[in-house]
Design a protein around this ligand. Sequence first.
Ligand SMILES: [Fe+2]
Ligand SMILES: [Fe+2]
Length: 165
Amino acid sequence: MIHTFVTDLLDHPKVVETQQHMHHSISKHDHLARTARISYKLARLMRADIRVCVRAAMIHDIDSRLGTLTTHGRIAAAWAAAQGECDEVCHAIETHMYPFGPKPRTREAWVVSLADKAASITDLTVMVSGMMTGRTWERRRQLKLSDPHFVERKLRRRRRRTRTI
Ligand SMILES: [Fe+2]
Ligand SMILES: [Fe+2]
C-alpha cells in the first residue's frame, strides 16, 4: 500500500544507494522505510495528506552527511525540490528535525517530524537488542565496507599513516 505512493522513489538511485549507508547502526534505507511506514499510520490518524507524508518520509535524510543536525533537513529538501517534489513535501523534509531546525508549519510536516523521532527510537532499540545477539556488530561491519563515508575515511587514514612512515 505504502509502495504505491513511493514506487518511483524506491527505484531512484539516490534512494537505492541508502541501502549501503549506515544510519543509527542500521542501513539508512531501513530508517527511511520505517519512517515512511510510521508516517503512513500517523497521517491516517491525524487526517494529513498520506501521499505528502510518505513521500517526504522516504527521502527526508537524503545526503544527510552533507549537513549538520540542524541543516541536513534543508539539504534533503533542496534535493527533493530539484527532483520536482511539491512545496508540502519539501517543507516536511526541511522541518523533520524540529526542534533542531525550523518548526513544522503544516500537519504533514508534524507527521514526518514525529514519525522520524518514533523511527529513530525503534532504530536504537533494534541496535541495542542486536548488541546482545551480535547482529548489530555484524551489520555495522557490513555497512562500514559498503558506505563510501567509511571507505573513504579508511583510505584517508591509510594515506596519512603511510605519509608519516
Ligand atoms: Fe534527519
Ligand atoms: Fe531521519
